[in-house]
Every structure is written in structure tokens, then in C-alpha cells.
Write a protein that binds this ligand. Structure first.
Ligand code: NDP
Ligand code: OXD
Length: 316
């Protein structure tokens, strides 16, 4: 079977080596080609990161498209218009959960240990210790508790911070601690009011775009921190800056932005209480991702339904 790879960020050799190794272990014969170099070659399966619409439209025999990341917001609109009947399958953790847990753990400790306040004091050469909040009252809330949210929430719980979460359905997936308060989206305000740190790990969908505007962020308690590592357009950056400037929010750690790279003249760059990383919280790892994709292709070959099939109606 033929596998097309469209990935502007990795040399084909890395994907071909990893896919071929895992296919061999599964007893599958594959041929891997670089779709960017051979756009007219037809594939049975495609592994893609932000492919162009015309290439996708020209692939007429695809049995499934694998998104080489967790978030499908870039590819789903193309699939809807050019390949509506082809299943779109996303990565499920595949080594990203541990990275995301690292990222969130650092941000939560940064907030808990009042590093934004100490940074301000340092800029004034001010030597003054600040009181710490009792750890048991420092609630860390996860908006989105899927593969990324759950990996990070488990790490934060293991660090003895109280965890709570809000999801679309309000239903717990496997691995969610039944002791964590879990809110459905219609109780968003109640959830936000309880978060000292809000960790946003939502997909970008029609329902999540702009969800965290001034009104929603204002529900967070005074002095709360925001950690945003899902998709930038979920948070209204203008409203966030207003709430940081008014002192309602104490700090923000941002990995994702509505426009990436973040434009050089964006006010977020300069804000003393904002920390910026360039969309690096959890990168796709070729080895684990190739292993997962090959396992799913093997499942499809056996006539089974693989995990991670995107629900086009929900958008994730
Ligand atoms: P999942 O699909 O596993 O989880 C999504 C979670 O979001 C679920 O808990 C889901 O609720 C919830 N959700 C969806 N829509 C809403 C809504 N309208 N309101 C409240 N909750 C909602 O995704 P992942 O955890 O794998 O990834 C999440 C996102 O993180 C990705 O879509 C991607 O955009 C981003 N990401 C960013 C990375 C980075 O490096 N910055 C790396 C990897 C991912 P329910 O449980 O009810 O379905
Ligand atoms: C992803 C990402 O969605 O890296 O996987 O943002």
C-alpha cells in the first residue's frame, strides 16, 4: 500500500524509516513517498500536516487521512470540502502528553511560587519575600480534559494541587480521577470562578473560538493565572491584555496565538506579566507517531475501527 507524507517540518527520510520499521513489525508492506515532491502520485493513506487544498482534492483513492498532530483545525475545513467521505484521524497523545504535562507543570509552579511578582520586584531591585497561598487551596482548572488535558491534570494532581475540569460533555473519560470536580460547558462560569490557574487545552472549533472573552475571563478570581496551550483563537488576546492591565489577572503563559508567528508589533510581546513560547508545548515525535499511525492502518486492514477518528460535526 502507498503512504503519502505531507510534512513541511520533517525530512521524509525520518518518516519513511520509522513507518517502514513499524510496518515490518506488523507484517505490512508499505511504500512511503514525499507528497510535496510527487504531488500527482496517488496514495492509499496520507499523513499530513497543513496540506494544501488542491493536493488533497487531487487524491482520489484515499482510505484515510492521518493528521500529524492533535489539533485538526487546519485540515478539517479542507477535508469537509474536498474529501468529505474520507475518515480524518488525529494523533492521540503519541508522546505529546508528557511534553504537555511538563509545560503545564512549569507554568503552574511559576504562578504558585509568584514568579511574575518577583520578576516585577527584580526590575525594581526590590528584596522582599511574598506569602505563599496554601497549596490545598490553589485550584488548577483544566478547560478541556482530553489526551493533553488529562496528561497534564494527572501531573498537577501528583504535585498535590487540587484539580478540577470543564469539558463539552461533562463526562469523564477513562483515567479521570472521580474525585476531581468535573463541569459541563453550561457550568463554565461556576468552573472559572473556582480556578486559581486556568489551563486551556481546547481544540479550536466553531464553539470554542473566542470562548474566553472579557466576560468569561472576568469570572476567574482576582489574581488568577492563565495557561493557554490549545489554540490561540480560543482566547480573546485584547480582552486578556485588558484584564492583565487592570490587575484582575496576575499572569499568563501563552504557547498558542490566533496568528502564528505572533506578529512583532503585538502588545503581548512586551507585557511584563506575559510569558510567550512559540507553539512548542508538545511537539509531534516521529517515532511514537509513526508507530501509532501504523497500528491504526493495521486495524483498518483488519476491518476494525481505529481510535482518534475526528467527528466532523463536533470539529475535533
Ligand atoms: P481531545 O480531543 O483529546 O480533547 C479535547 C477536550 O476538549 C475534550 O475534553 C473535550 O470535551 C473538550 N472540548 C471540546 N470542545 C469543547 C467545548 N466547546 N467546551 C468545553 N470543552 C470542550 O484533544 P487533545 O487533548 O488531544 O488536544 C487538545 C488540543 O490541544 C488540540 O486540539 C490542539 O489544538 C492542542 N494541542 C496543542 C499543542 C501545543 O504544542 N501547543 C500540542 C498538542 C495539542 P469532551 O471530553 O466532552 O469531548
Ligand atoms: C498539535 C499541535 O495539534 O502541535 O498537535 O499543536
Amino acid at each position: 500500500m502507498k503512504l503519502a507524507v505531507w510534512d513541511p517540518d520533517e525530512p521524509l527520510r525520518r518518516w519513511r524509516d520509522a513507518l517502514t520499521q513499524h510496518a515490518g513489525e506488523l507484517g505490512l508492506a508499505i511504500e512511503v513517498f514525499d507528497a510535496r515532491a510527487e504531488p500527482d502520485t496517488q496514495a492509499d493513506f496520507a499523513l499530513v500536516w497543513k496540506p494544501p487544498a488542491d493536493w488533497l482534492a487531487g487524491q482520489l483513492g484515499l482510505r484515510a487521512v492521518f493528521n500529524l498532530g492533535a489539533g485538526v483545525d487546519a485540515v478539517l475545513p479542507l477535508m469537509r470540502s474536498h474529501a468529505p467521505d474520507v475518515p480524518l484521524i488525529r494523533l492521540e497523545d503519541a508522546g505529546m502528553g508528557r511534553q504537555m504535562a511538563d509545560y503545564v507543570a512549569e507554568a503552574v509552579l511559576h504562578a504558585y511560587r509568584r514568579m511574575p511578582d518577583y520578576a516585577v520586584q527584580q526590575s525594581r531591585r526590590q528584596w522582599q519575600s511574598l506569602p505563599l497561598a496554601p497549596r490545598g487551596g490553589f485550584h488548577v482548572g483544566f478547560l478541556g480534559l482530553g489526551q493533553m488535558g488529562l496528561a497534564a491534570a494527572r501531573r498537577i494532581a501528583a504535585m498535590d494541587f487540587p484539580v478540577l475540569a470543564c469539558t463539552r460533555s461533562g463526562r469523564a473519560r477513562d483515567g479521570v480521577d472521580p474525585a476531581w470536580p468535573l463541569y459541563a460547558l453550561d457550568h463554565l462560569d461556576e468552573f472559572l470562578a473556582a480556578c486559581r490557574v486556568l489551563v486551556v487545552l481546547l481544540p479550536l472549533t466553531a464553539h470554542t473560538r473566542g470562548l474566553l472573552d472579557w466576560r468569561a475571563l472576568q469570572q476567574l478570581p482576582a489574581g488568577a493565572h492563565l495557561v493557554s496551550a490549545g489554540r490561540g483563537a480560543v482566547v480573546d488576546a485584547h480582552d486578556l491584555l485588558e484584564l492583565l492591565d487592570s490587575g484582575h489577572l496576575a499572569g499568563a503563559t501563552l504557547d498558542v496565538f490566533a496568528e502564528e508567528p505572533l506578529p512583532a508589533d503585538d502588545a503581548l510581546w512586551q507585557h511584563p506579566r506575559v510569558r510567550i513560547t512559540p507553539h512548542v508545548a508538545a511537539a509531534t515525535l516521529v517515532g511514537p507517531a509513526a508507530a501509532q499511525v501504523m497500528r491504526k492502518i493495521a486495524a483498518i486492514e483488519r476491518g476494525e475501527a481505529p481510535g482518534g477518528v475526528v467527528d466532523a460535526g463536533l470539529g475535533y
